[in-house]
Write a protein that binds this ligand. Sequence first.
Ligand code: SAM
Length: 271
Amino acid sequence: CLMEYNLCDYNTVNRLLSAHGFTFSKALGQNFLIDDSVCPAMAEALCADDNTGVLEIGPGIGVLTKELCKTAGRVVSIELDKRLYPVLEKTLEDYNNFQLVQGDAMKLDLAALIDERFNDCGCVKVCANLPYYITSPIIMRLLESKLKIDEIIVMVQREAAERLCAQIGSRDAGAVTVAVNYYAQAEVLFNVGRESFMPSPKVDSAVIKIKLRTHPEYEVKNEEKLFALVKAAFSQRRKTLVNSLSNTGGASKSSVIEALNKLGLSTTIRA
Ligand code: SAM
């Protein structure tokens, strides 16, 4: 019965996990939420309804999943750790709109999965407390795969949140900021302290919202080339663009200077 499992209660979670012989894996980024205000706030920010399909990455024991199931039409959660499958079967047994996908979110064909599982949903959104070791790769995978999704609301480390949501041109911006900004608009929704997790990590977190653009903000002929250029520009961010692009970007100094002149930009600017 659902009432048995308060997934934000430390003792309940401890009992549940030890009954399944589960121990936390640092390598899989397993820090489970035990703050009873965070998951409802994430679900509320997602504004899901009966017509919304939600893709979750890493349900853990289902604390966020449960909140998502209360409002969304369907919740499909990808979990890599097979030790959690019997736990999820128990904690989510009362929700018939929940589906578990066993596998690695970095390897599964997400476009096919979305087509297959959400074909009758009006819109699809992603919501997750992301495993920290794959925060940027998974966000970039979601964006670059051009999936049929509208919005991503995820918990990430606070530093990652600052970088992902930074203003272009600001000190916090990096290559990933430019990439995210190309596909979407990102903003920090709220901060979450390290004490909200079990076990408690060494860093604080934040929930961010990434709203996908229907069209990129500017037209790009060759996206691969653009991102290679951005990566090279930020790989030595303290150097001038002329130096970083000629050192790692495979361009000659004179061609970078010529391009900057054409754009009316100073030849001493940095990425
Ligand atoms: N959603 C739960 C919560 O908020 O308490 C758990 C979040 S925990 C930070 C990350 C979860 O992602 C863990 O359950 C972990 O096993 C799972 N995970 C790690 N790597 C994964 C991957 N590559 N694909 C799918 N799930 C993964």
